[in-house]
Design a protein. Structure first.
Length: 227
């Protein structure tokens, strides 16, 4: 799996102007984009996912364009086949674990039934050991169970890669360490390439096979291999 990113985006809001001008490429199994808050990490990840349209530039995934401003190519997010894990997991509070996972298989906004999803949902419920909580709602789950539910939802469509937006930032330090270890194990098990954004050095140390540092909307350094 490879990503080639060359994009620019101008953003204004709240009296602030921000210019994103990012260029990097990676074919590593695990890539971490890191830097301080406000560096442009989330904007970059959203652009790769198809959740944000750049003003200009190109985005290639495995050598094929998913965005090219000059050629007017802008592949919809669903068709890019990338799983996205939001910072706060973005689970639907009114839906059960099974329904949250099955939601990724639905088109439109109709809520899945308690039994939707079939074998595809069953596979990830079993893989992530969620059988006993499959009919529970997010507020009834532990932090690890919520993370596994969100990961199952991101993986149920068999994405080409996982995009993770600061997956541990909302957790307390002790839980953060456990969740890193659990995510590391899960990623090894499912064998899906990963692109993560973070500002935490511990995330970088554990997951940074390839590292891209952003500051003020621009790439500062690119490194391969863990130190």
């Amino acid at each position: 799996m490879s990503f080639e990113v060359r994009i620019r985006k101008h953003v204004e809001g709240g009296g602030r102007r921000f210019e994103l001008d990012v260029a990097f490429s990676t074919d590593a199994r695990r890539t971490v984009i890191y830097g301080p808050s406000g560096a442009g990490k989330s904007l970059t990840l959203q652009a790769i996912a198809g959740l944000l349209k750049p003003d200009e530039g190109t985005l290639y995934i495995d050598g094929r364009p998913v965005f090219d401003s000059a050629s007017r190519i802008d592949v919809p997010a669903r068709e890019r086949r990338l799983g996205y894990l939001f910072q706060d997991y973005a689970l639907f509070p009114q839906l059960t674990v099974r329904q949250n996972i099955a939601f990724a298989l639905k088109r439109g906004w109709r809520n899945p039934s308690r039994h939707d999803g079939g074998e595809a949902v069953d596979r990830w419920i079993q893989s992530f050991e969620l059988e006993r909580v499959a009919q529970q709602r997010p507020h009834q789950l532990s932090g690890g169970q919520r993370q596994r539910t969100a990961l199952a939802r991101a993986l149920v469509n068999e994405p080409r890669a996982l995009l993770l937006d600061e997956p541990f930032s909302a957790l307390d330090p002790e839980l953060r360490g456990r969740m890193r270890a659990e995510l590391d194990t899960l990623l090894e098990r499912v064998g899906v390439p990963m692109l993560m954004i973070t500002h935490d050095p511990e995330d970088l140390a554990r997951f940074g096979d390839h590292r891209v540092m952003l500051r003020d909307g621009r790439v500062q350094t690119v490194e391969s291999g863990r130190s």
